[in-house]
Write a protein that binds this ligand. Structure first.
Ligand SMILES: C[S@@+](CC[C@H](N)C(=O)[O-])C[C@H]1O[C@@H](n2cnc3c(N)ncnc32)[C@H](O)[C@@H]1O
Length: 277
């Protein structure tokens, strides 16, 4: 008997779905995957992502620039000698993921992927099966740092007495203004050894609050809403860390490897990389 794959079944999706996969609500990981040109999303995610993309035509460029920043940042850390990564809000596994980039420089690099979306865990575990000595996939929420920092798989894979890079790339804008993003980052900072690193990218309103608000409506009914923070608020998230040059900047300006796009001002995401000394 031939099994037909439904229209919402991408190549990585099983033709059955575990009950924890919610198709009735848009999910940030699946919206992001749609915007990146991936195949793992449902109608509800596409509709929500389209709201954002209609309001802010540069939305797709932003997710591509974000992914490129992640690559440059991880390469920078790997070249600086970091072999342990705690990638929180990892998203659906795709090209240029943290392990791929880090291992191009340091084949022994170990990565714990953490996300609160069960679909990310399902896909990541399937893809990374057999690589358990270098990879862990953990279903957990960044708003509960203790759960992550004390998770048996995280502790099995990562040695917190040695430098660990914590990645929060395009993550903290899903943490509301009343949810103490700075306190969350600080909880991770306090668990890190000297020489550890922090990578953050985060949405801003690009100086156009009305357009930004219209675009963010795409996430109004999603599992988490998107909030923006301004430059000072994003820079403050790095408290207790020492930023590497050029500090917190709009992503295309962070150590570009190619000529910087002329319209870099339309990329409403800022980020940076920092070390705990
Ligand atoms: C925009 S994607 C970014 C993916 C990846 N970090 C990147 O930059 O390419 C945001 C991810 O954060 C996850 N996320 C959002 N809120 C979260 C939370 N409170 N705890 C853990 N993960 C979360 C989403 O499920 C999604 O996979």
């Amino acid at each position: 008997m031939t099994e037909e794959l439904g229209p919402d079944t991408g190549p990585l999706l099983p033709d059955w779905l575990p009950p924890e996969i919610d198709q009735t609500k848009a999910h940030p990981a699946r919206m992001y995957d749609y915007m990146l040109g991936g195949k793992n999303h449902f109608e509800v995610d596409r509709e929500a992502a389209e709201v954002a993309m209609q309001a802010a035509p540069a939305a797709r460029a932003m997710v591509l620039e974000n992914r490129a920043f992640l690559g440059r940042a991880v390469r920078h850390l790997a070249e600086a000698g970091i072999t342990q990564y705690l990638d929180i809000g990892t998203g659906l596994p795709g090209e240029g993921n943290t392990g791929e980039v880090a291992r191009a420089v340091r084949p022994e690099a170990r990565v714990a992927y953490v996300d609160y979306d069960p679909i990310v865990a399902v896909h990541s575990r399937a893809l990374l099966a057999g690589d358990e000595s270098r990879t862990a996939v953990v279903l957990a929420d960044v708003r509960e740092p203790k759960t992550i920092l004390e998770h048996p798989r995280v502790l099995e894979l990562l040695d917190f007495d040695q430098p660990v890079a914590v990645l929060m790339v395009a993550l903290l804008h899903f943490v509301g203004h009343d949810e103490d993003a700075a306190g969350i980052v600080a909880a991770f900072r306090d668990a890190l050894a000297p020489g550890s690193a922090l990578v953050i990218s985060h949405g801003t309103d690009g100086g156009q609050p009305e357009v930004s608000a219209a675009a963010r409506k795409g996430w109004d009914n999603a599992k988490s809403r998107v909030v923006v923070r301004d430059h000072e608020e994003i820079a403050a998230l790095f408290g207790g860390f020492e930023l590497v040059e050029p500090g917190v900047v709009q992503l295309p300006l962070w150590r570009p490897e190619d000529p910087v796009r002329e319209d870099w001002e339309t990329i409403w995401l800022e980020g940076g990389v920092a070390f705990k000394r």
